[in-house]
Ligand binder design. Structure first.
Ligand SMILES: [Zn+2]
Length: 504
């Protein structure tokens, strides 16, 4: 008893010491670390775009996939492979009958947020929503809570001490002078950043960031916003990923975008309204050349379609069915129009704005599809927490929108798994393959048929003459640690219910 008490006290003290003040006290992980895990009789989507296989048995040991075998003795690649009984001894077995497994989703653009609408969020609210949607890896492209917190949480997640996906910490790098930029990058590296997120800078500062990041081995992701530089410059500077689209149509305009002379960049209604006209202004022949240049420089395009979804239908975005059970009051408050908050710009959003954005999406989606067709790397990122998009849900919406862009469901899953791993230089995840990390998502319906089964809210489908509920994710497995996604969702709904009662 005393030993346990002392040990848990020591754990609390270590936890507190490891965390900066703003990030204290996330709840301990409910993830179950399983030595030897067997998943039997399951349909497998491998993440590389290969067709679904199954039923197969997966054997996982110490977080790694060590065996993939047919569930029955059968003809397999020309020879009969028997399902060796030795493989069947396990600490835990998940009966995968009727279930589907794919690699865990890699969200390339997931901001860790601990406050919204000026009020704190429970420390692992965002993490639990990610895990509840089968997201096992998140590239964190700069948190308001700072790189120290993100690095500390990445470590706690690796040690299975908090409920969270694997966190890949990128740090925001912006500076006034080249010297300042170089010093900043060295210090960010020392603090544990593994990459940089770069916005607007002067050319000499951009050059310094590009050089120093190469020296330090820190890849750059850029959200270029609207500046003198564009995607061609970014490609030549060695930027590894372009987030959203900024800089790409701009490079194909041949001059600056046209907008009314009243335009003010710091007025977000102006900014987002006229961003909706950007793709129309891009010259198709020039755009084609821009894409080729990006591909030649091996730039990943992380389009994050879903985060701008509200722009083409604000009523839909505000009334998504999951808001009721999964959105904390401060989330909803944050989304309401307010000039002081980023992404809360719906002061005068008109029919014309939505039409502009729908047309904008058509050209943008075609460009992303074409980018992939020519060999460019396209990934899945969400940027949730802004513009009526909730963590996790936004990532699944991104899958739907990539399908709308013309990717097949298998290709969409590859974008969300293998391609993300490629972009991040992760050699052992993103594919269901022997020797790879057991980063997995298990669900009770085929996501290739309908991505909606991955939403925490699931779907109703007819089965045997009556409507039954399918989805969301049943288990999320991170390096062999099993999270019961249904339990996570129940916990989230309870948190939201209590918070709503408190505000009444
Ligand atoms: Zn972002």
């Amino acid at each position: 008893m005393t030993v346990i008490l002392r040990r848990s006290l020591a754990l609390v003290i270590t936890l507190l010491a490891a965390l900066p003040l703003a990030a204290q006290a996330p709840t301990p992980s409910i993830g179950q670390k399983v030595g030897r895990l067997l998943i039997t009789n399951i349909s497998v989507i491998d993440g590389m775009g290969n067709p679904l296989r199954g039923p197969l048995d997966l054997t996982i040991e110490n977080g790694r996939i060590i065996g993939i075998q047919p569930s029955r003795d059968q003809e397999f690649s020309g020879s009969t492979i028997s399902n060796a009984p030795a493989q069947r001894a396990a600490d835990r077995t998940i009966d995968g009958t009727g279930l589907f497994v794919m690699p865990g989703i890699i969200d390339m653009h997931g901001h860790i947020q601990f406050t919204r609408g000026g009020k704190p969020l429970p420390k692992d609210y965002v993490y639990k929503l990610w895990l509840a949607h089968g997201i096992t890896t998140v590239r964190e492209p700069g948190s308001m809570d700072g790189i120290d917190t993100v690095v500390a949480h990445a470590k706690l997640s690796d040690e299975n001490r908090i409920n969270a996906p694997t966190i890949i910490p990128y740090a925001t790098a912006g500076a006034a002078t080249p010297a300042e930029a170089r010093a900043l990058i060295r210090s960010l590296k020392a603090k544990g950043a593994v990459g940089l997120k770069v916005f607007i800078n002067y050319p000499d500062v951009w050059q310094a960031i590009a050089e120093e990041s190469r020296t330090q081995g820190l890849p750059i992701a850029t959200d270029m916003k609207i500046q003198y530089a564009n995607a061609i410059d970014a490609a030549r500077w060695g930027v590894r990923s372009i987030e959203h689209w900024y800089g790409i149509p701009d490079a194909a305009i041949g001059g600056r975008q046209e907008w009314p002379e009243t335009y003010n960049y710091d007025n977000e209604l102006d900014r987002f309204r006229w961003a909706g006209d950007l793709w129309r202004q891009a010259d198709p022949a020039r755009l084609s050349a821009v894409l080729d240049t990006m591909i030649a420089h091996k730039v990943t395009w992380d389009p994050t379609f879903a985060i701008y979804d509200a722009n083409r239908d604000i009523t839909r975005a505000r009334n998504q069915p999951w808001m009721k059970d999964y959105a904390l009051p401060q989330m909803l408050e944050h989304f309401e129009a307010d000039p002081a908050r980023h992404g809360s710009y719906f002061f005068d959003w008109t029919t014309a704005d939505e039409i502009r954005w729908r047309n904008n999406y058509r050209i943008w989606m075609q460009a992303v599809r074409e980018y992939s067709r020519r060999g460019g790397n396209v990934t899945v990122g969400s940027d949730a927490g802004f513009i009526w998009q909730l963590y996790g849900f936004c990532t699944i919406r991104e899958l739907e929108l990539q399908q709308e862009a013309g990717f097949t469901p298998l290709e969409v899953i590859r974008n969300a798994t293998y391609n993300g791993a490629q972009a991040l230089g992760l050699q052992n995840t993103g594919v269901i393959r022997v020797g790879f990390d057991a980063d997995l998502l298990i669900v009770d319906a085929n996501p290739l048929h309908n991505f909606k089964v991955l939403y925490a809210t699931g779907v109703e489908v007819a089965e045997g003459g009556k409507m039954v509920h399918k989805g969301g994710v049943k288990f999320t497995i991170k390096k062999g640690i099993v999270f019961d996604a249904e339990a996570l969702r129940a916990d989230l709904r309870e948190t939201v219910r209590r918070a709503r009662e408190g505000t009444r």
